[in-house]
Design a binder for this molecule. Structure first.
Ligand code: SME
Length: 164
C-alpha cells in the first residue's frame, strides 16, 4: 500500500482516529517486528494530528523489569529512561491504566523532558498474552488537549497493533 501524508483529514477527532487506524493497520500488515511497528505508529499518528508535539513509545526494559527506556518516537529529545515510580509514563506502567493529564505542572512527579509540553496522555501497551511491553506517550503544547475520545481510540489502536 502506498501512503501519502495529507491535510484533508476529518476534523472530527474520532473520525480522524478511525481513518488513521485503518491506514496504520494496512501499512503494518505482514510486519512482525516490534520496532518497525512502533516506529510506524509514532510516525503516522504524529502526522495525522498536528497538535501532537511528542508521540512515541517507552518500552519496558526486560532486564530491569521496573524501568522504561525510550523507544521509537517523533518529537524533540525525550528522556532516555523513566523508572515505574516516576512521571506520567511510570504511573501508566505501574497501574496499567491510561493516564490523561490536562496540566502537566499539576501532576506530581511529572518529568519535564521538554518544557513546551503542557498536557499529555499515556496508554499502556500489552502483547497478545496481556503482558505490559511499553507505554504510548503523546504530549501537546496546549493544556487539556486529550480526553476520553483520545483514550478510547488510542487504547483500541494499541490493542489492534500490539495484542494480536
Ligand atoms: N511526560 C513524561 C516524560 C516523557 S516525555 O515528556 C517525552 C512523563 O512525565 O512521564
Amino acid at each position: 500500500m502506498s501512503y501519502i501524508a495529507r491535510d484533508d483529514r476529518p476534523a472530527d477527532k474520532a473520525e480522524r482516529y478511525a481513518e488513521v487506524e485503518d491506514e496504520i493497520l494496512a501499512v503494518l500488515e505482514g510486519e512482525p517486528n516490534l520496532t518497525a511497528r512502533m516506529a510506524t505508529v509514532a510516525s503516522m499518528l504524529s502526522d495525522a494530528f498536528p497538535a501532537f508535539f511528542w508521540t512515541g513509545f517507552y518500552v519496558v526494559d526486560q532486564a530491569k523489569g521496573n524501568e522504561l527506556m525510550v523507544g521509537p518516537y517523533q518529537g524533540t529529545l525525550g528522556c532516555l529512561r523513566i523508572p515505574f515510580t516516576r512521571g506520567v509514563c511510570g504511573a501508566a506502567a505501574r497501574t496499567g491504566e491510561t493516564q490523561i493529564v490536562e496540566d502537566v505542572d499539576a501532576f506530581p512527579g511529572h518529568i519535564a523532558c521538554d518544557s513546551r509540553s503542557a498536557s499529555e496522555i499515556v496508554v499502556p501497551v500489552r502483547d497478545g498474552s496481556g503482558a505490559l511491553i511499553a507505554v504510548l506517550d503523546v504530549d501537546a503544547t496546549e493544556k487539556a488537549v486529550f480526553d476520553a475520545v483520545d483514550a478510547q481510540a488510542l487504547e483500541r489502536l494499541m490493542a489492534r497493533v500490539f495484542a494480536t
